[in-house]
Design a protein around this ligand. Sequence first.
Ligand code: 13P
Length: 259
Amino acid sequence: MRTRFIVGNWKMNKTASEATAFVRRLAQQVTDLAGIQVGLTPPFTALQAVREALGPAPLFLLGAQNLYWEEKGAFTGEVSGAMLKDLGCQFVLVGHSERRQYFGDQDAWTNKKVLAAIRHGLEPILCVGETLQDRDAGNTDLVIQRQLRAGLAGIEARALGTMTIAYEPVWAIGTGRAASSEQAVPVHRVIRRTIDELSGSNTGRHVRILYGGSVTPQNIADFLISEEIDGALVGGACLDPVSFATLLKVALGSSPSTT
Ligand code: 13P
């Protein structure tokens, strides 16, 4: 049984004080998650504030948007897995397309980051996704397979089954043009098949796969209706507490169709 997971990725938004106010308002709106997991990834500078605002019995999981793979040392501007763990992070995004596009994160780096996260007891969420150019050229599956094979290299078969992957088509991020579930579901299946290949068994069915790209309170149910889609990675629609709470309430009320 794969537990549903909705993650709000704040990207470079909210100061620490804004983060505190956000968490207080969100907590007023959402008091019970009825078995689904919900995570927040504030910027590094707001992690401590969010942790404190969540209190001693946090309803939401705390995650970071990135990490560096080295343990410590002369790496100006970087943050290690140990630092995130010490701040109470439970998970970390790796290889988000904005990291790949603007900060040079390459497949080989995503692999080092995934391995570093695991080493520090953080759940990595490996983000994969094709550009519009890739999709138009018919290369979506190839790109996804390449990102997975490289990003997950060296992870033992059993651990592969506990992974969470986020499928975020680059053309759907921040554009208001979400993929349809008819577009997303086949890619989720490619992801499961690729994990099967990598693990040498049918491990893919255990892997949690989130869809990301222009998810809103209005369209989240269209994704969650599919058994293939285990949750969402939400950008713009997670920044306002009322909008995010509405999205979570829709997610809580929608169950996958078995047909
Ligand atoms: P949007 O929901 O703003 O399209 O962003 C998606 C995303 O990149 C989440 O990581």
